[in-house]
Design a protein around this ligand. Sequence first.
Ligand code: ADP
Ligand code: ZN
Length: 612
Amino acid sequence: MNHAGRQRIFTLIYLLAVILIFIILSRGFSTPGPKSVSYSDLLAAIRAGEVVEAELDETELHAKLTDAAAKSHGNQRLVATRLPGIDDATLLRDLDAAHVRYSGRIATRAWWKDALLLWLLPLLLIFLFYGVGLWRLSQGGGGAGSLTFGRNRAKIYDRSTGERVTFADVAGADEAEDELIEVVDFLKNPGKYRALGGHIPRGVLLVGAPGTGKTLLAKAVAGEAGVPFFSISGSEFVEMFVGVGAARVRDLFEQGKQRAPCIIFIDELDAVGKSRAAGRGMLMTNDEREQTLNQLLTEMDGFDTSKGIIIMAATNTPEVLDPALLRAGRFDRQVVIDRPDLRGREEILKVHARQVKLAPDVDLHTIAARTPGMVGADLANIVNEGALLAARRGAGLVEMGHLEEAIDRIMLGLEKKSRVMSPAEKERVACHETGHALVALTVENADPVHRVSIIPRTIGALGHTLQLPTQEKFLMTRPELLDQIAVMLGGRAAEELVYRDAISTGAANDLERASELARQMVTRFGMSDRLGQLTYGHPLAARFLDAPFAAEERNYSEQTAEIIDAEVRRIIDENYQRVCDILANRRPALDRISSELIRHETLDRTEIEKLV
Ligand code: ADP
Ligand code: ZN
């Protein structure tokens, strides 16, 4: 019999025992209440021969009446309060004279009955409630309130219930899949591994940014192996009450053992598994988390891997985890899930596009190219949003335009169509954005322009120029960086060319990004001839300081600081000059594109190329 079954039976016996004791003890009080009369009335009844039986104790006299007398008194029994010791002698004489059988003497009332009433009974009641609580827990029922604290909320995804997820549902994570195939194999035939005495994984830690598909992968492992999937989030372990988290961990593993082979998945492991050292010295010492973590470690050490239980956990900050969690025999295997690259994104889009009806004009490759940095969850969102848009507009199929709009919504926030721009402002924004676009079209190493628009989308921005990388880049060369700076400066340069001195604030963000990039070229990438192949400054990772900004430790002299500033300035100035020359040479194209832009608000790549 399994553990829960035994526990249920034990609880049942416990409850029965308590109830039995309760009944035995209360028998002495269970007779129906006698009628209260005065002592002298009761004495009179005795003398009249109406009493057949009497019982007396220190303070009371109980009398059982003959049937005839009972009718006239309206009760079978009478009780009277008497003053102990005062007239015992007369009472006994009267009783004898009336031939009444009597029991009890002056102190018949047992001391334990009082004790029982005063404290044993309440105590029993407490035990009774406790027993009821235990019973409900062992039943596994929901039930309200405090009695269900310790129960964990692990959700069970059985292979028989709900949709089964397989590796086919996960795209763009091939490396992670390859690593997990072994786990699937182990779950399918643990015997094979046991026979060979091979190393059996106990815990697998999935590391990746939110939305990269960690949960999905864990489910897919369970689905491929055809085993149940238990999942709980680390944050659910950590409750207000100390001890609850630990109880949940125990319960989760208990459930897992009963259903082995299976997968136990702990999402947000960092919520429980934060390094114990890290918490110290802060305002909040988290006893609860520590207890929960200890329980988790104990359980992971305690269970028998040959049964086929595998713990999978997910986190996006593996570096904060307690080292004890990562030791051999615990989460000693780490699988990193990267943000998907261009090809990966296209694959993920394909997976999700299976569920919607796409128009033939939809090119998922272009969508993938437009969404660098997005994770699986974002891409799923785009397809879904696109389908919703298509439905709202009454289109039969999801068209490219719907998906493009979905991207814009998700990436840049909702279009602010209600915002009114004056014609003069519109003109200026068109000029600015055309500046960016023209420079991007002219310089050698810039990503091709996909779209130029003067529709404001994000707060603060007035328009946008969208460039699409032709392929994913992992390295940038100096000419590429310089051209990137040039494109950023293109907006301001166009304004200056057209409006002379009346330049605007619209370029603030461009200038900031350009300056930052130039500074990095000088201090981080060793791309300044004057400063050489050195790095300057020592970036302190923000997470150590718990600060929202990155701080820098200065490790160079005042003199060097001046040279750095001068070099940054030189890079910006040189490129600005270059951009001004480019735009001055293409002034007719600049004017043409801006006036078209004012008319259409948005121009795409082919339209721009036609105008150039
Ligand atoms: P995480 O656990 O890493 O935060 P999830 O697994 O919860 O991310 O992903 C959320 C959703 O995003 C999934 O249900 C799925 O629809 C989608 N998704 C994420 N990654 C992928 C992927 N690699 N392939 C297909 N869909 C994905
Ligand atoms: Zn700009």
